[in-house]
Design a protein around this ligand. Structure first.
Ligand code: NAD
Length: 290
């Protein structure tokens, strides 16, 4: 087994304690992967991490085709094949057409990462139905639509000997807010709580078919979605009171976990959520109180 280093501290800022070396063991050859929302933040790092691990990659995007093309070119620079496909994950027709193009292009898919997500925050009494529906539509219904197409393909194809022990691997990007309540973000927290129970129920349903479904719950990761939480020193210091490990997460912290989770090294990991959060779920406020 070889290991490939990849842009370790690409997104590390001056305040952050450095992350360790970033490495992706090359164990996913012959396993095409589809990553939603792959032209930004965590999705981008996951797409590149899977490519560094040997997978060809479908780079899904809905806005900013240039950024999607850049990711596709970086996948190719890692020696893998890539195709960028535009689709709104909350639109059934878009999702079905994306999966059919992806499967037509690569022959099949072994890995799907339901990553696309967004926030539309508001105090609860001011939250509009549009804000509620948008977040549930992308974060939860979008995951349902993509998961359904992925499961159909994994089921149709089954296990391929000498490629993977599983018939397919689905990863649902959740959040620590599948557990931690979040005032002013009820639509987001509800969507991630829903992702968790969809993921667990689906894992239970398809595990007998050798399909592995799991979740990843990031804490605070340095991406555009939560820029206000890390871009100033004051905001960063305040964020750190919630993170026992005292550094912000980088997209590659999540990408390395995803690459492991979809590999056969994690073959007995089924229906679980892996928290990538520097200890945020440890309720750090209780370290000096309670
Ligand atoms: P990001 O804003 O950088 O990336 C989100 C991606 O989703 C973008 O590419 C965006 O275009 C895409 N997207 C949005 N709506 C879409 C749609 N309808 N169809 C297709 N793609 C769509 O943010 P990120 O932090 O990289 O977020 C990725 C995932 O990680 C999200 O599900 C988010 O909830 C989750 N997450 C992030 C953090 C964090 O701290 N950054 C923490 C917990 C969970």
């Amino acid at each position: 087994m070889t290991e490939k280093p990849i842009d370790a501290a690409a997104s590390a800022g001056p305040e952050a304690r450095p992350q360790g070396p970033v490495r992706f063991p090359v164990v996913l050859e012959g396993q095409p992967a589809l990553v939603t929302g792959a032209n930004s933040g965590i999705g981008r790092a996951v797409a590149l991490g899977l490519a560094a691990s040997g997978a060809d990659v479908v780079v899904n995007y809905v806005v900013d085709p240039q950024a999607a093309d850049d990711v596709a070119h970086q996948v190719e620079a890692l020696g893998r094949k890539a195709i960028a496909i535009k689709a709104d994950v909350s639109n059934e027709e878009d999702v079905q057409s994306m999966f059919s193009s992806a499967i037509g292009h690569f022959g099949t898919l072994h890995i799907a990462v339901n990553n696309a997500g967004l926030q539309r925050d508001a105090p609860f009494h001011e939250m509009t139905l549009q804000q509620w529906n948008k977040v549930i539509g992308v974060n939860l219904t979008g995951q349902f639509l993509c998961a359904r197409e992925a499961i159909r393909e994994f089921k149709r194809r089954g296990v391929v000997k000498n490629v993977s022990a599983a018939a397919g691997k689905l990863v649902c990007m959740s959040s620590v807010h599948q557990e931690i309540p979040w005032a002013g973000h009820e639509n987001y927290a509800a969507s991630k709580g829903g992702v968790m129970q969809m993921m667990r129920s689906l894992a239970q349903e398809v595990a007998p078919l050798a399909i592995r479904v799991n979740g990843i719950a990031p804490g605070a990761i340095r991406t555009p979605i939560n820029r206000p939480a890390w871009e100033t020193k004051e905001a960063y210091d305040s964020l750190m009171t919630l993170v026992p490990y005292r550094r912000i997460g980088e997209p590659n912290d999540v990408a390395q976990a995803v690459a492991w989770l979809v590999s056969d090294a994690a073959d007995y990991v089924v229906g679980t959520t892996l928290f990538i959060d520097g200890g945020m779920m440890l309720f750090p406020g209780f370290a000096s109180g309670g």
